[in-house]
Design a binder for this molecule. Structure first.
Ligand code: NAG
Ligand code: NAG
Ligand code: NAG
Ligand code: NAG
Ligand code: NAG
Ligand code: NAG
Ligand code: NAG
Ligand code: NAG
Ligand code: NAG
Ligand code: NAG
Length: 639
């Protein structure tokens, strides 16, 4: 018996010691466990993500490694080094990031994308039973993850909120000065991660490729990993992207337990795709310009003249205060070219705030929507730009992503992600367009509710949309409903004289209390959301002045029908028999609930999403005679 145990112990030791140290200078023919967007290119690059949005990729060493000696609780020392490069869609905008991760499972497909980095999801975030240890290289400043900035390295323990984080960079051995590194520069960088099982020091060091490891680590906390790391864990990488994408590449990787990770042979790493690296671009421009220097000198005078002419044509405004928003600014020339000079042909529509054009950014070929918002007064522009840029950091799969802005004479240009399927009202109210089936409508409703809930609750600051309606709901390529124009209504507040408050919004969606108080709250958004629900279910606009009086206001008409026992007859006739009765019932009644005349009686967006997801049943409602207090009431539990 003893011999047998010894024999097995020997086999186990041999089996493990054969695989707890590995070196990959490139990943050609390497057996990794890949999922999501991850793949190995023909050059041998490990590509974790590609040009897909809201997605993730994982690459894990295929067998588990042993991190604890038998019977001992303390975690063994381990050490790893790897070279990575991140190439973003836009030069200055990241998307999420990647991590080096230790996980009890090699399958992380249940984790979520975007700021959750493909290691954790909303339900298990922060749960000690995750046993997730990750070092994140994060290129997006996410409020949910409480990120410190959009270019940092962090250590995450079971939680997407980093336990330790610091701006990316390294301390130079020469002069002891800290030098910043831009993770998404597209330039390859090397990372060393070392854990000393005795001193429990966890060190993360970063350096540009070919620079030796600095003596001072970027992060070096002492962490007792014994309750976090299990006996056997998988090691590997995860990467995720959001509304914007980035390519996340790993060029080489080595790993060792109870010893130092073997050095990588940097000269045998696979090359990055040439046309993607900014490095190459810079070099090319340099080579091109060098022989032209003389020529350029001669042309300087002519050049100056040209600039004046160009300035006139691309009359862009640029004030000192905008320096802090530099990374969110688009050159006017670029937007002018993208929309072919704002040609009518590229006009997508005319909204309350101005004209919207479709464009294709000249360099990246990315499709965008450019909104031209006229803004005569200079006053308030600064606050507005600050606000729109800060709102642009909000990211949610049901919000239209803001990409940047540009200021020109008398107008602001706002650049958004392009939504190929246009706005929802076209589908609902147009006779010519094919109508939407019920399942799509319900999906869109749930999406918009989730986006609005995020605006209300998802950030440290409550964001009120102020103009919820079908025409402000856009449809992406997968027909998901996305809220647009959030925060835009503020423009009019900032622009207006200080002592008047303009109520911006759309008739039919304006909550009754706004007539009295002008105080915009989340409940006024909920009121408008109620009208929106009815629009989607009934296929009618919230206000139809051409109809006879009793039918003009959608909410009143649906309510009257309910009192008469004809609630379901208000549904969009174009749906025919295609609907789910319980869902239709929920949407119509919830629409009325949200439209309650008393703001305090309306549900919160949080409750609304719970009702829509079926987590909580809608309280039973009884229509009753309309009088001063309200148009309907809920049955009390006591009655
Ligand atoms: C990204 O990778 C996935 C999985 O390898 C593939 O299905 C998809 O087509 C790729 N997308 C792009 C835009 O390259
Ligand atoms: C890759 O590794 C896994 C786990 O060790 C193994 O099951 C699989 O057969 C390997 N695949 C190849 C192609 O070697
Ligand atoms: C979150 O992740 C855990 C662990 O991987 C998984 O069990 C759970 O189903 C996931 N939850 C969701 C909502 O995907
Ligand atoms: C943590 O996860 C475990 C296993 O998935 C689960 O049983 C437990 O309820 C979770 N704890 C919390 C606080 O969510
Ligand atoms: C890491 O941070 C989470 C909260 O963000 C905390 O619950 C946990 O105790 C921390 N773990 C360590 C080892 O510091
Ligand atoms: C490095 O980045 C920080 C912000 O992350 C900034 O405050 C600092 O000025 C930068 N330093 C240099 C030398 O660029
Ligand atoms: C780990 O820490 C111990 C105690 O501080 C030290 O003696 C040892 O040399 C360290 N090991 C390594 C590999 O640095
Ligand atoms: C580390 O944590 C484990 C359990 O969480 C504990 O038993 C052990 O004493 C700790 N080690 C040190 C050195 O504090
Ligand atoms: C590193 O790689 C280069 C190119 O593949 C090769 O010539 C060289 O011998 C390698 N060096 C070592 C130490 O393996
Ligand atoms: C880079 O080159 C490859 C092949 O040469 C091509 O398929 C790809 O579209 C190019 N990418 C860009 C962004 O130009």
């Amino acid at each position: 018996m003893l011999v047998k145990i010894f024999f097995w112990a020997l086999i186990l030791r041999l089996g493990l010691s054969a695989s707890d140290d590995f070196t990959y200078n490139g990943f050609k023919d390497v057996n990794l466990s890949l999922d999501g967007l991850a793949g190995i290119t023909s050059d041998g690059l490990l590509k974790l993500t590609n040009a897909t949005r809201h997605a993730m990729g994982h690459a894990m060493f295929p067998s588990p490694l042993r991190f604890k000696k038998s019977q001992a609780d303390n975690v063994l020392s381990f050490s790893t080094t790897f070279v990575f490069a991140i190439i973003p869609e836009y030069q200055t905008l990241g998307s999420a990031g990647f991590t080096f991760v230790l996980s009890p499972s090699k399958v992380l497909t249940k984790a979520s994308t975007d700021y959750l980095l493909g290691i954790i999801n909303i339900t298990n975030n922060g749960n000690a039973s995750n046993h997730i240890l990750a070092v994140e290289f994060d290129t997006w400043d996410s409020p949910q993850a409480e990120d410190i900035n959009d270019n940092h390295v962090g250590i995450d323990i079971n939680n997407i909120i980093s336990n330790y984080s610091t701006p990316a960079g390294f301390t130079s051995d020469d002069d002891g000065k800290f030098q910043n590194l831009t993770l998404l520069s597209g330039e390859p960088m090397q990372v060393w991660i070392e854990y000393n099982g005795t001193s429990m020091q966890f060190k993360v060091t970063l350096a540009p490729l070919w620079k030796p490891k600095a003596k001072v680590a970027l992060l070096s906390p002492t962490i007792n990993l014994s309750s976090i790391v299990l006996d056997h864990m998988y090691v590997g990488f995860s990467a995720s992207v959001g509304a914007l994408y980035s390519y996340h590449y790993i060029l080489g990787w080595s790993f060792n337990i109870d010893g130092q990770a073997p050095e990588l042979n940097l000269s045998s790493l696979p090359p990055l795709p040439q046309n993607l690296t900014s490095l190459e671009k810079k070099r090319k421009t340099l080579l091109l310009w060098l022989p032209l220097t003389l020529f350029l000198v001669l042309l300087t005078v002519a050049g100056a003249t040209l600039t004046v002419v160009r300035r006139k044509k691309f009359s862009e405004l640029h004030d000192d205060w905008e320096l802090e928003f530099e990374s969110n600014r688009f050159p006017y020339e670029q937007l002018y070219k993208a929309t072919r000079g704002f040609k009518e042909k590229y006009l997508l529509g005319i909204g309350g705030f101005g004209r919207v054009y479709r464009g294709v950014l000249p360099a990246s070929k990315v499709e965008v929507a450019v909104k031209r918002v006229s803004h005569e007064s200079k006053e308030g522009v600064r606050e507005f730009v600050a606000e729109i840029v800060s709102l642009g950091k909000l990211r949610h799969r049901n919000l239209v992503q803001f990409l940047g802005y540009c200021r020109s004479k008398g107008e602001l240009l706002l650049v958004y992600e392009y939504m190929p399927n246009g706005s929802l009202d076209k589908f609902l109210f147009s006779e010519t367009k094919q109508t939407l089936d019920w399942s799509l409508r319900f999906k869109i409703i749930k999406g918009v509710a989730s986006g609005l809930q995020y605006l209300h609750d998802g950030w440290d600051q409550v964001v009120i949309h102020r103009d919820i309606k079908a025409s402000n709901v856009l449809l992406d390529g997968d027909m998901n409903g996305r809220l647009g124009d959030f925060g835009l209504a503020r423009l009019y507040d900032h622009g207006a004289a200080p002592h008047t408050t303009n109520v911006v919004g759309t008739l039919g969606f304006l909550a009754p209390e706004l007539a009295r108080t002008c105080k915009i709250t989340t409940s006024s958004d909920v009121f408008a959301f109620g009208a929106f629900l009815l629009e989607v279910a009934c296929g009618r606009r919230a206000l139809e002045p051409n109809k006879q009086e009793s039918e003009q206001v959608l909410v009143e008409w649906v309510f009257a029908n309910w009192k008469m026992g004809n609630l379901y007859e208000t549904k969009d006739p174009r749906l025919g028999k295609d609907y789910v009765l319980e869902e239709l019932d929920l949407v119509l009644k919830l629409g009325l609930f949200c439209s309650h005349p008393l703001p305090s009686a309306r549900p919160s967006m949080r409750q609304i999403t719970q009702f829509l997801n079926g987590d909580v049943p809608l309280p039973e409602m009884l229509p009753y005679q309309c009088h001063a207090g309200g148009i309907f009431q809920f049955r009390n539990e006591s009655s």
